[in-house]
Design a protein around this ligand. Structure first.
Ligand SMILES: Cc1ncc(COP(=O)(O)O)c(C=O)c1O
Length: 452
């Protein structure tokens, strides 16, 4: 085991040290090489060292450099050194992080990290949280708590009796709702389409003046950090409308919630603390390894009611927080270790600098591309940039050529009818030099695409 772990450490270090120079997207030959893995189930055992060697030789070259400084395709972050190290150590621990009485170590890490994040985001100190796999499951988890609470107030126990014959819930979303919220609503039996959709403005923000009249069990899904523009709904105004009607306000802040940690950006997400539940990712702006998301719920009992299970063979609730009483999963890895380690490495100031620095780099992208004559389609207020290189076919050609070139990686989108390339800056490793190097290639390819 010791030799194997030394070997994997050496290979991982070599991989990470190659980030600056390796292609961001894998070469087609490396992807084709993955076919080597497609063999019949082996009859007998293999030497672990050889298993690792095969993995490294065949799979490593076909990976995408999410861990490097020039992956701008999604808000994906990288892995901070302490977070990656914690991930390795937690892998060695192999803890099932469910009950304090069984695995106190990962339970304590979650407890402390939760307390720190509640403080960073300015959420109610008593709120409960679930450490889950990502913002999709965080949205699902928080909305399950919301469903519980609004129906309980109407005298209905949804966990016991399901939705058959339950009082109807009005679900309000913005026109730019993220599909993960719609999916969560579907998984909860509330329907992806059975929603009241509030129109959005040019940046994708829900228009609070267009909210419907609110009455009866109601759930309003807001968003901070639009996946295209980075814009945030006016959560304070939505909450002011929701409160007198007793409506539950949920905030999907997969990456936008972290704006709260950077004093200069915090005003963009003003009022989030007035909501009832929040979903975010740690694998995006906190830069921990995949997969790591967080759901926070003001009414912790609603979350526990939606998620906890009991059985004779399982430990009962105790005085200490049991992580697994708040999550859809029962068995789960110690993902709190990475969240704790990232927060411990950065501290309040380091996190603020990470978020603020990424926002500055996004602005640098926008300024340079704009100066080169290309249209920026969004107000660059956070870490997102939408750029058009001209007609849709030209923009799509630039994106395809950029991915082929390998210097950096960006994807495409269509923003309010316009085809655009989407740039997300969210890695701790990205520097001004990475932005300039990427812009240079984008402009060269755009000029070539524009004339061909
Ligand atoms: C606003 C928003 N919500 C939810 C999600 C889903 O996050 P995940 O892929 O971590 O489940 C994303 C992903 O980009 C997002 O931007």
């Amino acid at each position: 085991m010791r030799n194997l772990l030394h070997d994997v450490a050496e290979r991982s270090a070599r991989y990470l040290e190659s980030m600056d120079e390796r292609r961001v997207g894998p070469a087609p030959e490396a992807v084709a090489g993955l076919a080597r893995l497609d063999e019949p189930l082996p009859d007998g055992p293999s030497d672990p060292g050889q298993v690792l060697d095969l993995l490294d030789r065949v799979v490593t070259p076909a990976t995408v450099a999410f861990a490097g400084p020039r992956f701008f395709g999604f808000v994906a972050g990288g892995s901070l050194p302490a977070a990656l190290a914690a991930n390795w150590l937690a892998g060695a621990w192999d803890q099932n992080s469910v009950y304090w009485s069984v695995t106190p170590a990962p339970s304590m890490l979650e407890y402390v990290a939760l307390r720190w994040m509640v403080e960073l985001f300015g959420l109610p100190p008593s709120c409960a949280a679930a450490f889950v796999t990502g913002a999709t499951v965080a949205n699902f988890t928080a909305l399950a708590a919301a469903r519980h609470a609004v129906l309980a107030r109407a005298g209905w126990n949804v966990e016991a009796d399901g939705l058959y014959g339950a009082p109807p819930i009005t679900v309000v979303v913005g026109a730019e709702v993220h599909p993960s919220v719609s999916k969560s609503l579907g998984m909860l039996g509330l329907g992806r389409n059975r929603v009241v959709t509030v129109p959005a403005d040019a940046q994708g923000r829900m228009r609070p003046d267009a909210l419907p009249r609110l009455a009866g069990p109601t759930l309003i899904c807001t968003q901070v950090g639009n996946v295209n523009t980075g814009a945030s709904d006016a959560v304070a105004e939505v909450c002011a409308r929701a409160r007198p009607a007793g409506a539950w306000v949920h905030v999907d802040g997969a990456f936008g919630l972290w704006a709260k940690a950077a004093p200069a950006r915090a005003p963009l997400v003003r009022g989030i603390e007035e909501a009832d539940s929040w979903a975010t990712d740690a694998h995006k702006w906190l830069n921990v390894p995949f997969d790591s998301g967080l759901a926070f719920v003001r009414d912790g009992e609603a979350l526990r009611a939606a998620m906890s299970v009991t059985a004779e063979y399982l430990p009962p609730s105790g005085e200490r927080r049991n992580p697994g009483e708040y999550t859809p999963e029962l068995s789960r890895r110690a993902r709190g270790a990475e969240v704790w380690a990232a927060l411990k490495q950065l501290g309040r100031r380091g996190l603020a600098e990470l978020v603020e620095g990424n926002c500055r780099l996004a602005k640098r992208f926008a300024d340079r591309l704009s100066a080169a004559g290309y249209e920026i389609l969004n107000d660059v207020v956070l870490n997102q940039v939408l750029v058009s290189f001209g007609p849709p076919a030209t923009t799509n050609r630039v994106i395809a050529e950029l991915q082929r070139d390998g210097t950096c990686w960006c994807g495409g989108t269509v923003w309010q009818g316009k085809t655009a390339m989407r740039i997300s800056v969210s890695s701790w490793a990205t520097t001004e030099h990475d932005v300039d190097r990427s812009v240079e290639v984008m402009v060269r390819l755009a000029r070539a695409a524009g004339v061909s």
